[in-house]
Design a protein around this ligand. Structure first.
Ligand SMILES: Nc1ncnc2c1ncn2[C@@H]1O[C@H](COP(=O)(O)OP(=O)(O)OP(=O)(O)O)[C@@H](O)[C@H]1O
Ligand SMILES: [Mg+2]
Length: 557
């Protein structure tokens, strides 16, 4: 049934059945009457509150949707910002064959590794030659070794020489706060490489993701990333020609699954260079630096046993800077000597010492120098000084006579005696010791620990290791281990005290010379000790077979 708009029935249809028989005017009159009654009953104040409520309600119903939309948009904007703030590292595609890239000529002293990598370069350049023989491209190469030996440099050289697409990423960029993100990045990196094969994927500082999986929940992201890497290493077939290269300082920390055959199965040690290697590296880094006639790279190489390529590069640069500062046009040998000291011992310090301190220092360093001489060629003394450098107030600078990888127990004991001679000299001369021997003590502790823990060089246990991470060691064995360490170090200290007391006159002589000149070179020291005969010949007798009297026919093989 249709009804006129104003009729009471229409009001009823909207859901107010109580007033359906009232007209609008009647309704208004009734509300007024009710309000008046209300005012009379509770007072106008309460009706004012009622009015406020009505006002607030009106305001809210008008503006609430607007606020709502506003808050929603602000939230959306914040989310957008957050997404934008997340690091979006893309795998870096290094230019191949670019003019600025590193070439084989820039890498020296790591010939074995280079030969191995050249094989991969050959394979990528001319895969057909190898495929005809049924050979597959080597899949994973892992370069490992101490920092600064040229691992990243080698990878860059491979990138340049191979002509393949080269993708380089640091493993640290895969580690994220959000689980799964690192894994996604690895997937993307490998997908890209596979699309653009032949390609090389280089993952630097692999330990950031390759550390052994713990199985605990808190390393979830890292475990997932590593799992994804394992999958990707398996995932492509040989025909795709994607070679994966990794670099790491710590092979022992990497997960075993990464190292198994089929993944990073070619592990190449990049060691600190030997004598010839150091000379070659010095040549690379003095290219374009004019050298004076007296500058001998062979000498510098001889003086830098144990230093890495990065440190040698630094020495060359420091030497050139020193020459430039002097206003010279060529680099002289003295610049190299200064640079070497600076790199090895730190910057020269202008510390003001009291006379008493200088005296103690002179005896301390003199003790080291005398003992190095008494230990006969364990290491050749280059210089002894009481001029402060780096954090040391003074130092003696020894260099090994030859590059050697094997050292006898006796030699190591001699080293400990030399290291403790500074403190022993203080004790012998002044009757009390100072805090100046911290570094020496550290060195001695380190040697003794290696001898007992790793090299079976203690008298009590000589046929096995007693490493700190071996939890199967009994308490009794641990006690033996500690006792043996103290026996070695205490023995070395006793020996140092004995020898310095015996050669007290020479000790006084070198201390007086140091107080006067502050720095003594190799020749000056040798002259001072001309009449002192070495007490130990441990290093001179290395590799000389022992002559044992034997009865003919009684030899065992
Ligand atoms: N064998 C080398 N031949 C020439 N230069 C070298 C050699 N090794 C290191 N260098 C110099 O040292 C610098 C640093 O080397 P690089 O970055 O390759 O070290 P790394 O082994 O990757 O160290 P890390 O393990 O700390 O990453 C090189 O840029 C280069 O100048
Ligand atoms: Mg590196």
């Amino acid at each position: 049934m249709r009804m006129p708009m104003n009729s009471p029935m229409w009001v009823a249809a909207l859901g107010t059945p109580v007033v359906h028989h009232l007209t609008r005017a009647q309704l208004r009159a009734q509300i007024k009457a009710l309000q008046a009654a209300n005012d009379a009953l509770v007072g106008p104040h309460h009706s004012l509150v009622g009015q406020w409520l009505v006002d607030i309600h009106d305001f809210a119903s008008t503006w609430l949707p607007v606020f709502f939309v506003l808050i929603l948009s602000v939230t959306a904007w914040l989310l957008w910002r957050m997404a934008g703030a997340m690091p979006r590292t893309k795998p870096q595609n290094m230019a191949t064959q670019g003019s600025s890239s590193t070439t084989w000529a820039d890498v020296a002293g790591v010939e074995e590794v280079r030969a191995e990598l050249e094989e991969v370069v050959d394979f990528l350049r001319d895969p057909k030659r190898f495929e005809a023989l049924g050979a597959k491209v080597p899949k994973g190469l892992l370069l490992y070794g101490p920092p600064g030996t040229g691992k990243t440099l080698l990878a860059k050289a491979v990138a340049h020489e191979s002509g393949a697409n080269f993708y380089s990423a640091s493993a640290a960029s895969f580690v994220e706060m959000f689980a799964g993100l690192g894994a996604a990045r690895i997937r993307k990196l490998f997908a890209e490489a596979r699309k653009n094969a032949p390609a090389i994927v280089f993952i630097d500082e692999l330990d950031a993701v390759g550390a052994q999986r713990t199985g605990h929940g808190f390393n979830r992201e890292q475990d997932q990333t590593l799992n994804q890497l394992l999958v990707e290493l398996d995932g492509f077939d040989g025909a795709k020609q994607v070679v994966v290269m990794g670099a790491s300082n710590r092979l022992q920390d990497l997960d075993q699954a990464l190292l198994r055959p089929g993944r990073f199965d070619r592990q190449l040690l990049v060691p600190p260079p030997d004598l010839a290697g150091r000379e070659a590296i010095l040549r690379v880094h003095t290219r374009g630096k004019p050298l004076a006639a007296d500058a001998s790279l062979v000498t510098v190489a001889r003086q830098t046993a144990g230093l890495t390529g990065a440190e040698l590069a630094n020495i060359c640069n420091e030497a050139a800077i020193a020459a430039g500062r002097r206003g010279d046009s060529v680099v002289v040998q003295e610049d190299f000597d200064g640079a070497l000291e600076r790199v090895v011992a730190g910057l020269q310090q202008k510390k003001v010492l009291t006379e008493k301190e200088r005296m103690i220092l002179a005896y301390h360093e003199g003790g080291h120098a005398l003992m190095a001489h008494l230990m006969g060629g364990a290491s050749e003394l280059q210089k002894v000084t009481i001029v402060a450098r780096g954090t040391a107030l003074g130092y003696t600078f020894h260099l090994p006579e030859e590059d050697r990888y094997l050292h006898t127990k006796e030699e190591l004991q001699d080293w400990m005696v030399v290291a403790l001679a500074g403190r022993a000299a203080e004790e012998v001369v002044f009757g009390r010791v100072t805090n100046g021997a911290a570094n020496d003590l550290e060195k001695v502790t380190d040697i003794a620990r290696h001898m007992v823990f790793d090299w079976g060089m203690s008298d009590a246990v000589s046929s096995r290791t007693m490493r700190a991470d071996n939890y199967a060691l009994s308490e009794a064995t641990k006690r033996v281990r500690d006792d043996e360490q103290s026996r070695l170090t205490d023995g070395a200290y006793e020996e140092a005290l004995r020898l310095l007391s015996k050669h007290r006159a020479s000790l006084d002589r070198v201390a007086a010379a140091l107080l006067e000149k502050e720095t003594l070179g190799k020749d000056e020291v040798l002259e001072l000790f001309a009449d002192v005969q070495p007490e130990s010949r441990a290093s001179e007798t290395v590799g000389i077979p022992r002559v044992v009297a034997s009865v003919a026919g009684d030899l065992w093989f």
